[in-house]
Design a protein around this ligand. Structure first.
Ligand code: SF4
Ligand code: SF4
Length: 114
C-alpha cells in the first residue's frame, strides 16, 4: 500500500473519568474565588514570569480543572508570587493564594504517597 507521509493523530480527548482533579478540589475548598476564573488570560498577559518563560497561569488553571496535573506540578514553582495578576483579574481571583495552595496540595499528596 502506498504511504502518504502522514499517520492518524494520537487521541487528544480529555478523559475526566480517568483524570484526578484532587488538586483543583483542594484549591476550590480553600480559595472559592478559584471557581470564578473564566480563563480570560489577563493574568498570563501581565505575568512577570511569563515575560521570561513559557509559564502561563491561565494554562495552569485549565490543566488543574481538567485533572492534567503533571505540567502544573513541573511549572507552578516558576511563579514568583509578585501579585501583578491579582491586579488585572476581572473576576477577583486570589491568584497568589491559588498558586500557594496548588504548591501545598502537591506537597501534601506527594508526602502521603511515600
Ligand atoms: S485573569 Fe483571573 S479570570 Fe482571567 S484567567 Fe487569570 S485568574 Fe482566570
Ligand atoms: S503572582 Fe505569579 S502568576 Fe501572578 S503575575 Fe506574579 S509571577 Fe505571574
Amino acid at each position: 500500500m502506498e504511504k502518504f507521509g502522514f499517520a492518524i493523530s494520537k487521541g487528544r480527548q480529555i478523559d475526566y473519568d480517568a483524570n484526578s482533579r484532587h488538586i483543583a478540589a483542594y484549591i476550590s475548598e480553600r480559595e472559592p474565588s478559584f471557581r470564578a476564573c473564566i480563563e480570560c488570560g489577563c493574568c498570563s498577559g501581565t505575568c512577570t514570569t511569563g515575560n521570561f518563560t513559557r509559564f502561563s497561569l491561565r494554562e495552569m488553571h485549565i490543566l488543574m480543572k481538567r485533572g492534567e496535573n503533571k505540567e502544573v506540578h513541573d511549572n507552578i514553582r516558576k511563579c514568583m508570587l509578585c501579585g501583578k495578576c491579582i491586579l488585572v483579574c476581572p473576576r477577583g481571583v486570589n491568584t497568589r493564594n491559588v498558586v500557594t495552595l496548588a504548591r501545598q496540595a502537591f506537597q501534601i499528596y506527594e508526602s502521603n504517597a511515600v
